[in-house]
Design a protein around this ligand. Structure first.
Ligand code: AHM
Ligand code: MG
Length: 331
């Protein structure tokens, strides 16, 4: 039997690859894995809690108010970061403003994390896959002081690590520290992540396209022409591509990463800046995509080159197999 590699063993073995090999980033990644296990456990119980135990007016079996799962996930990750000692502040989809941790220990942390604790939350109630997305930067404010907005508003190219957790038919954690992409599947019986997808590469071409076609009338002519191409027999496969849209970005991206494909959420009149958030949805997935040989743009420029001006800034998003993204952009 070949030896299994745990996430922890892998992180330690790769520590020397990090730009600042002091062990801090390793500990931070382990904190993320711990929070992911806690959230995975909560996600697995969500149907039970909401529909059976908590069917009485949103209260649980002890008579306490039920919290929404995305809030539960947000708190689990914040707790892990605040107690871990490597992170001085965070920004998340669930909080209007960023959070600068107040303890002296946290202010000595060299990293900030931006994350979406539970993306695809409209899918929670219907038992469809959801995910967590995270992005990690070195702080630019001085160590020992509170984190600042400038720490949060760095361009995606400055990320030192990024990744996601997909709570699907199994729970998988995929991350990169800028030296390729690796995926780890959770064994729920023993609560351990094992290396299951080493050195992930995104196929250059694919035949899956993921887009909310309900918005078709509002797509720009270049994008409509690309969808015509996908649906025709004039593309490079000689038969129409398959449309696949889960409506959970992490799940759609993960499938396309493995099989080859493209995910598009363009700017449309109902979402004139785009729907997805640059800092904690697009940047981390763009980092993973590029590390796996794929591409991510806003339709014009690389996502990772965009200088953010706001915490919850939205952008158009084209991500996936390199040649498909280039073609969709009209190149
Ligand atoms: P959320 O952060 O509110 O969950 O929204 C993000 C989600 C993505 O996971 C998904 O791809 C997209 O929004 C779906 O949007 P739409 O329902 O407009 O197709
Ligand atoms: Mg989201």
């Amino acid at each position: 039997m070949s030896k299994l590699t745990t996430l922890h063993e892998f992180i330690v073995a790769k520590q020397k690859d990090f730009p600042f090999a002091s062990g801090e980033l390793s500990r931070l990644l382990s904190d993320i894995a711990l929070a992911a296990k806690i959230v995975s456990n909560d996600v697995r119980k969500a149907g039970l809690v909401d529909h059976i135990l908590g069917a009485q007016g949103g209260q649980n079996v002890q008579g306490e108010e039920q919290q929404k799962l995305d809030v539960v996930a947000d708190e689990a990750f914040i707790r892990a970061f605040e107690n871990g000692g490597e992170v001085c502040g965070i920004a998340s989809e669930e909080n209007d403003d960023y959070l600068a941790f107040s303890s002296e220990a946290a202010q000595k942390g060299n990293y900030v994390v931006l994350f979406d604790p539970l993306d695809g939350s409209s899918n929670i109630d219907v038992n469809v896959s959801i995910g967590t997305i995270f992005s990690i930067y070195r702080r630019i404010s001085p160590n020992g002081t509170p984190a600042t907005l400038a720490d949060m508003l760095q361009t995606g190219d400055q990320q030192v690590a990024a990744g996601y957790v997909l709570y699907g038919s199994s729970t998988i954690l995929v991350y990169s520290t800028g030296k390729g992409v690796n995926g780890f599947t959770l064994d729920p019986a023993i609560g351990e992540f094992f290396l299951s997808h080493p050195d992930m590469k995104m196929p250059e071409e694919g035949r899956l396209y993921s887009i909310n076609e309900g918005n078709l009338q509002d797509f720009n002519p270049t994008l409509r022409a690309y969808l015509d191409y996908c649906q025709s027999d004039q593309n490079q496969t000689g038969k129409p591509y398959s449309g696949r849209y889960i409506g959970s970005l992490v799940a759609d991206f993960h499938r396309n990463l493995i099989k080859g494909g493209i995910y598009i959420y363009p700017t449309v009149p109902s979402a004139p800046q785009g729907r997805l958030r640059l800092l904690y949805e697009c940047n981390p997935l763009a980092f993973i995509a590029e590390q796996a040989g794929g591409l991510a743009t806003d339709g014009q420029q690389r996502i990772l080159a965009i200088k953010p001006s706001q915490l919850h800034q939205r952008v158009g998003f084209y991500i996936g197999s390199k040649k498909m993204v280039e073609k969709a952009m009209g190149n």
